[in-house]
Ligand binder design. Structure first.
Ligand SMILES: Cc1cc2nc3c(=O)[nH]c(=O)nc-3n(C[C@H](O)[C@H](O)[C@H](O)COP(=O)(O)OP(=O)(O)OC[C@H]3O[C@@H](n4cnc5c(N)ncnc54)[C@H](O)[C@@H]3O)c2cc1C
Ligand code: SF4
Length: 558
């Protein structure tokens, strides 16, 4: 059943779906993007120019947060007391002896979770793409860094990524389109501290403009990217790939349209897509190809919801792999007070990074790497209100005096590490909880294995050492994944691979079973990398898949 107007239906408009929409429509392929969430207008919806900007985080609108549930998380052990989340004012945050579920942070909206993201634009460490062969863990990527490299370049060019000239590990065929951002004064203090420890701390590569680019102005260093960038310099997918896709004339975008089922046909093709439109009406359409790009939690849910007599265990789930191998953000942050005024509330919040432990064999005795960067944005210490009650303390005049004394003096260092898949971490359908349409919610099962906890110990220790070396006398707050599930990067639930028995999609993100079905989002990652932020890799994979789909269409194989 072919839709009269569109060649390809894309489910979701985030890093995967939005990029694919551009990469197909630029070649005259007609795409329809069905996006569950609303459209954002950065100038009207983001609040950074308002007096009360600090009172709320990202401005969620009706329908822009998905519902999901958690299975009970693992018990906590007294021997890992130093990995507990705590603040000076509140003490230990998780009083229970069980790991707490905070959130899978994401946005349903045109541009997906990149609306909320900080803009780190990373390439994978080439050595983290064959973890099975090297260390017997996770799975190998069915392609290598060299094959992905030209697509990284394309994504970086379209976005206007700003980054440093040299990278010893991630070889580049062309320089970043824009020079790196100057390090903020606070990041320079962290750099000095790292030098004392023999560590290299330098500019991060960012989807935030360091100079005017493609009609957009450069960053003004307001430090609040995760609240939504009203200046349009942050390279979220709505103002980069989707804007270009719509300008091509070959892309139709339908926000507030939630896909509820993809129908497997009697042969080797999916036949139709069912969705609820913005008015809540049930609709059905077909296309030459269907691409699911709903993110690593919703994509497996949709595939499992799409079971029928031709796909009795769920769509594309012949291997039983849909939903398995869920990987989350393994995170740590230590935050402390510096004796000198640093103005640390301004600057790009992730302007610098230390990659020294990013290689999968770089942490002594633990497989899987990590990286370190400033986390003033993540811990939300960029404005006076948070400083007043979390750092200064006190009331009235005394409170004001204390605030003046400490404002801008906080330094925060965070680490993100590899998350190796394990059988206890997966996504399935909740047997009880349902959405407004009566469909089961995605249920997240998360288990941190001993390797992850050991890696977290290293990350926590090193964050503290960096702060101390940078001059911080007193640590005020620490939080991490040991006692709290709080993930911004999620991956792995529709693994890509060459072996149809061990994976869901092939090396071009096409279903092993259904020839016109593709998955293009973070679900396809076979391993997480050692703390690299994922969006640029998702975008590079999407462009590569689009090229492949185009070839298949030209050969009339799709
Ligand atoms: C606070 C925060 C900070 C982050 N910082 C960074 C960073 O600095 N750098 C980086 O690289 N990454 C960062 N990330 C992660 C990054 O945003 C995600 O990894 C990335 O957006 C994932 O892309 P995706 O295509 O898999 O999913 P998403 O971008 O989440 O897109 C999925 C889309 O599918 C839609 N959808 C879901 N179900 C349906 C359905 N049934 N029908 C129709 N549409 C549907 C959703 O509404 C959503 O728009 C951050 C994330 C957060 C939340
Ligand atoms: S720091 Fe730069 S990229 Fe981030 S919100 Fe502010 S202006 Fe935008």
């Amino acid at each position: 059943m072919a839709d009269v107007e569109h060649d390809v239906v894309i489910v979701g408009s985030g890093a995967g779906g939005g990029t694919l929409a551009w990469a197909l429509s630029r070649h005259g392929i007609r795409v329809l993007v069905l996006e569950a969430g609303p459209q954002y207008d950065p100038l009207k919806d983001y609040r950074l120019a308002r007096d009360d900007w600090e009172q709320s985080g990202f401005p969620f609108k009706p329908g822009s947060k998905g519902r999901y549930s958690f299975a009970p998380l693992q018990p906590l052990e007294p021997r890992y007391e130093t990995l507990r989340t705590w603040t000076r004012s509140r003490g230990k945050i998780v009083s229970d002896d069980r790991r707490q579920a905070s959130a899978y942070h994401h946005v349903r909206g045109v541009g997906g979770s990149t609306l909320h993201f900080t803009g780190e634009a990373h390439r994978m460490h080439p050595g983290a793409m064959n973890m099975r062969t090297r260390f017997g863990v996770a799975a190998d990527w069915p392609l290598d860094y060299a094959e992905l490299e030209p697509y990284y370049c394309e994504a970086e060019r379209l976005i206007g990524v700003a980054g440093p000239a040299t990278d010893q590990v991630r070889t580049r065929s062309e320089p970043y389109p824009l020079p790196p951002h100057q390090l903020s004064y606070a990041s320079q203090q962290l750099q000095k501290g790292c030098r004392k420890l023999g560590l290299d701390w330098g500019p991060n590569s960012l989807a935030a403009l360091s100079a005017p680019y493609d009609g957009r102005p450069p960053c003004n260093y307001c430090a609040n990217c995760s609240r939504g960038c009203p200046r349009l310099d942050k390279g979220s997918v709505d103002i980069t790939f989707i804007r270009k896709a719509l300008a091509s004339g070959f892309c139709t975008l339908r926000p507030e349209s939630t896909v509820t089922r993809v129908v497997a046909g009697a042969d080797d093709r999916v036949a139709a897509v069912h969705y609820l439109d913005a008015g809540g009406h049930a609709r059905k359409l077909g296309a030459r190809a269907v691409v699911i790009a709903a993110g690593a939690v919703e994509t497996p849910r949709l595939l499992l919801l799409s079971e029928n007599k031709h796909a009795p265990d769920g769509l594309a789930n012949d291997s039983g792999q849909v939903g398995r191998h869920f990987m989350e953000t393994v995170f740590w942050a230590s935050t402390g007070l510096h004796p000198e005024p640093l103005g640390s509330h301004r600057g790009h919040p992730s302007d610098s990074i230390c990659w020294d432990f990013n290689a999968p064999d770089a942490i002594p005795g633990v497989v899987g790497g990590c990286r370190f960067s400033p986390t003033i944005g993540e811990v939300d210490l960029t404005g006076p209100a948070n400083y007043a009650y979390r750092v200064a303390g006190g009331w009235g005049k005394a409170g004001k005096v204390a605030l003046r004394k400490v404002f801008g003096r906080v330094l925060s260092v965070g680490a993100i590490g590899e998350n190796l898949p394990n059988p206890g971490s997966f996504v399935d359908l909740d047997p009880e909880e349902k959405d407004a349409a009566g469909l089961p919610l995605a249920r997240i099962h998360s288990h941190l294995a001993a390797t992850e906890v050991r890696r977290l110990e290293f990350m926590a220790r090193t964050c503290r050492e960096i702060l101390e070396a940078a001059g911080v006398g007193e640590i005020l707050e620490e939080y991490g994944s040991y006692d709290t599930f709080s993930a911004t990067h999620v991956f792995g639930t529709c693994r890509m691979g060459n072996d149809a028995r061990q994976s869901v999609v092939d090396r071009y993100c096409r279903s092993h079973r259904w020839r016109n079905l593709f998955v293009v989002d973070a679900s396809v990652f076979p391993s997480s990398g050692g703390g690299e932020s994922p969006s640029l890799t998702i975008e590079a994979l999407a462009i590569r898949t689009a090229d492949h789909m185009r070839e298949l269409m030209q050969r009339r194989e799709l």
